[in-house]
Design a protein around this ligand. Structure first.
Ligand code: 7TS
Length: 414
């Protein structure tokens, strides 16, 4: 059996983009995996193979290509079910990504279930895509949006949840399983248990979790679960919404059009079976196939190995970054509660200046508000720099980052 170390060394060979240089012939050090991950040949080839050999529209015709395309598309649904321990494939809906998944719930569930005076509860460390759809939905239905606050360690204050639940007005609690800025791993089961006891539904934004750790949707016990393919080696423009069947059956359609109907008459329409009722129009077939290959790729590595590799890198990064003069790291230092994301700032140096200086060395990190302006307000900063890791990153990548940040500290005389 291959050792974990050599497994991760060989992985880099599967990613053609990691062989290129940037700027002044510098090797690419890609540390922006929370934004999107790079793609292995296996995923790229599966998309090319789909277009070269199997392309046809799905669920419609009986000819050979249509059958092959339908099978390839539906095979990914089964792969997702296995990957996340979902028992019923009818509960898996293909969408463009986490953003569309949450908007679907806010619209198709919210329109029916939110009434005047009701509340939706989200958290202070959400991505905008788990805040704005709820602002729209609560405003449209004269409901309220409430927040679970965050402590200085970057962890949620669960007393806030208790206070909200005690009002008896809360219909849905929504939170990210892993914060995209602080890397905090949310105590999902703790939150879900309280919500279930109060008869309140829960939605998990799994965008930063599914790519990085073993996730068991059945075991979590939530009602909605969303994630994006492009953050887990898959293509852009494809993601998944899972909804518990008993809840899905109470939801009206999101988009109307082809494939989501059973019969259409002049003034009345009946809906197709689940999950097709929620997959209107020709879907992103090729990228669903690509997502299936990404799931195969991660399954082969093993999600426990992925998590172990990231724990090792994150520990190393926090240790090395803590020694850089003037650098402040946000969030918990408890690695068991943190994913492979490290946000930091130098006092008085704008993160864009940091990103620009280190870009000269071929290092890609994101600087900005990371689509989490509510969190930036809570941290009382305009922006942070953020390094985020994945399976192909190495200690050497972190050494290059740290050297370059030492240069920043010198340039700004910190
Ligand atoms: N939720 C979380 C927790 C995210 O990190 C992101 C994207 C989204 C939702 C939205 O995903 P999408 O695929 O629909 O765009 N996060 C980031 C990020 O941290 N930097 O760029 C995108």
């Amino acid at each position: 059996m291959q050792s974990t170390e050599s497994l991760f060394e060989n992985i880099r060979n599967d990613f053609p983009i990691l062989k290129r240089t940037v700027r002044d012939n510098k090797p690419l050090v890609y540390l922006d995996n929370a934004s999107t991950t790079q793609k292995p040949n296996q995923v790229i080839d599966s998309i090319a193979d789909y277009y070269q050999n199997h392309n046809a529209n799905i669920h419609r015709a009986v000819y050979a290509l249509a059958e092959e395309a339908t099978e390839a598309y539906e095979a990914t649904r089964d792969k997702i079910a296995n990957f996340l321990n979902i028992k019923n494939r009818q509960e898996i809906i293909f969408v463009r990504g986490t953003t569309e998944a949450i908007n679907l719930v806010a619209y198709a569930w919210g329109r029916t279930h939110l009434k005047e005076g009701d509340a939706v509860v989200t958290t202070e460390y959400e991505h905008h895509s788990n805040i704005v759809p709820w602002q729209l939905a609560t405003r449209a239905n004269h409901a309220k949006l409430e927040y679970i606050g965050m402590d200085d360690n970057g962890e949620l204050i669960l007393d806030d949840l208790d206070k909200h639940l005690a009002t008896g007005k809360v219909k849905l609690v929504t939170f990210s399983l892993v914060s995209n800025v602080l890397g905090t791993i949310t105590d999902a089961k703790g939150i879900i248990e309280k919500c279930r006891a109060a008869g309140v539904l829960t939605l998990i934004d799994g965008a930063q979790a599914v790519p990085h750790m073993k996730v068991d949707v059945e075991d979590l016990g939530c009602d909605f679960f969303a994630f994006s393919g492009h953050k887990m080696l898959g293509p852009t423009g494809i993601g998944v919404l899972w909804v518990k069947k008993s809840v899905l059956e109470t939801m009206s359609p999101f988009h109307g059009g082809g494939d989501m109907i059973r019969e259409v008459h002049k003034y009345e329409t009946t809906w197709n079976d689940l999950p097709y009722k929620f997959e209107a129009g020709t879907p992103n077939i090729a990228d669903v196939v690509g997502l299936g290959s990404a799931v195969d790729y991660l399954t082969k590595i093993g999600m426990d190995n992925v998590r172990e590799h990231e724990i090792e890198l994150t520990k190393y990064a926090i240790e090395k970054l803590s020694a850089v003069k003037g650098l402040h790291i946000y969030g918990t230092k408890d690695i068991s509660k943190r994913g492979g994301v490290v946000s930091f700032n130098f006092a008085d140096v704008h993160p864009h200046d940091v990103a620009q200086i280190i870009d000269e060395e071929g290092i890609a990190v994101r600087s900005g508000h990371h689509c989490a302006q509510v969190l930036m307000e809570r941290l009382d900063v305009a922006a942070t720099s953020r390094a985020s890791f994945y399976i192909y990153n190495t200690r050497q990548d972190i050494d290059i980052l740290v050297n370059s940040l030492n240069t920043v500290a010198k340039v700004f005389k910190l």
